[in-house]
Design a protein around this ligand. Structure first.
Ligand code: FAD
Length: 400
């Protein structure tokens, strides 16, 4: 835990740990209120699409895995599926359709086609311990890490994960041989690994921060859980910071577009004004701390092929989420992979012209904006929890 206070530059970014630490309280306070506003809390998603990669998804029967839906009548009319699908005509020619979802050439994820799926109030669904674990959860993580296989080869954009997934090695150490090992890999592959490992570490931090004590039935932070899963692997914690900077950079880049987005659909002008004020504060923090130079990636020979591979692999990760056997985990897994995919699209696919809100007002769907902000909130919340764990450690060990 002592080692869990990283200092100095955050690898592959232009930012340092201290800068992120110095802005996180303010960032979190703003985000925490923002994700409770109507625009950011209602989300429509089809959580019950078939897992395309294996048949037994090991459904979690623990009550902690279940979630409740929101009736469509609670959702402001403008954001309902019927209204949204009318807005999506802009780039139909580059859409690749699949049952229940699609992606455009510029996307790093599969998006819901808004014809099915329930509505959820995200502010009522915390990411925390659910009881989902064992071989099924491990298989999902293993499959996600297995996507980190780049060959600069021809990419079949519609193919699923490596068919060899069905016969993966039994030992996690073999499947996770990349853990912490940066040596000799290209920058893009290292970035891919950091993104995934950082997401995994952030989810683990939430599980440990809101953990169920099986003997007392009480909820609370579990320091030992955090030490085992995150703090004893310092690089995992570093990747939470890395993801935060990447997301902040995306928010900074898309800032003018976000500020021009239409949040006014509730009829409550105070809500609408507050949404915009909080968002503006988040954007200004992002402009200060989101120092990440996206131009150093996907350069040189084979850059475009590598980028298509990166995209195809990340899209597969978003499809693997349909194989998560716990509803609550699947919901947050889908939102966060969509949020990170949106950030990757903003950083690596959109030039300044595309980002101009007057030239391109249909650039992002509402679901992408909601996922991006909620994902940044999750990472910022993890950093807050890390701070609390440090305090617990100090109090326990008498360490200053
Ligand atoms: P796991 O977290 O399952 O990890 C498996 C192996 O991966 C470890 O043994 C280790 O070798 C390696 N590993 C672990 N962390 C990292 C890292 N950061 N970087 C690199 N390698 C790593 N459970 C909940 O209680 N609540 C949730 O909200 C939740 N959401 C989930 C979302 C998804 C998408 C998935 C796949 C699972 C989710 N789970 C959730 C399950 C949870 O992530 C764990 O799988 C479960 O708690 C069992 O944990 P574990 O200690 O066995 O190791």
């Amino acid at each position: 835990c002592k080692n869990s206070i990283p200092t100095g530059p955050i690898d592959t970014t232009l930012c340092d740990y201290e800068t992120v630490e110095s802005v996180n309280d303010r960032l979190y306070a703003n985000l925490h209120e923002l994700v409770r506003m109507p625009f950011f809390k209602y989300f429509q998603i089809d959580l019950f699409r078939e897992c395309p990669f294996w048949s037994d998804d090991g459904s979690c029967s623990d009550p902690g895995c279940a979630i409740t839906t929101v009736d469509e009548s609670e959702i402001p009319e403008k954001w309902r599926a019927s209204a949204l699908s009318r807005l999506e005509g802009s780039n139909l020619d580059e859409r690749h359709e699949l049952p229940g979802c699609y992606y455009r050439d510029s996307d790093f994820c599969f998006l819901d086609d808004n014809t099915e799926g329930d509505y959820y109030d995200l502010s009522l669904i915390p990411e925390r311990y659910t009881g989902y674990s064992g071989p099924d959860a491990a298989r999902v993580w293993r499959s996600i890490y297995e996507e980190n296989c780049f060959g600069v080869s021809e990419v079949n954009l519609l193919s699923g994960p490596n068919p060899a997934l069905v016969s993966l090695p039994d030992t996690m150490s073999e499947a996770f041989r990349l853990d912490g090992g940066d040596g000799g890999q290209c920058l893009e592959k290292r970035v891919y690994y950091k993104v995934i490992s950082g997401l995994h570490a952030s989810i683990s931090t939430h599980i440990c921060a809101e953990s169920l004590n099986q003997s007392t039935g009480e909820w609370g932070p579990n320091l030992q859980c955090f030490i085992n899963r995150v703090a004893s692997h310092p690089e995992r914690l570093q990747y939470i910071y890395f993801n935060t900077v990447l997301l902040l950079r995306a928010v900074a880049r898309i800032g003018p577009y976000l500020q021009a987005f239409d949040y006014c659909s509730t009829g409550n002008h105070e809500d609408d004004a507050e949404t915009l004020a909080k968002l503006s504060d988040v954007i200004s923090i992002a402009q200060n701390a989101g120092r990440f130079d996206e131009t150093v990636l996907f350069r040189g020979e084979n850059a475009n092929i590598l980028k298509e591979e990166f995209k195809a692999h990340f899209r597969n990760v978003t499809r693997i989420m349909d194989c998560v056997g716990c509803d609550k985990c699947r919901l947050w897994g889908k939102i966060q992979t969509t949020g990170v995919a949106t950030a990757l699209k903003i950083l690596f696919e959109l030039d300044e012209k595309a980002l101009d809100p007057t030239a391109n007002h249909n650039l992002l769907q509402r679901s992408e904006v909601v996922a991006l902000i909620n994902t940044l909130h999750r990472f910022s919340e993890s950093l807050e929890a890390v701070e609390d764990f440090r305090e617990m450690w100090k109090a326990m060990s008498g360490d200053d």
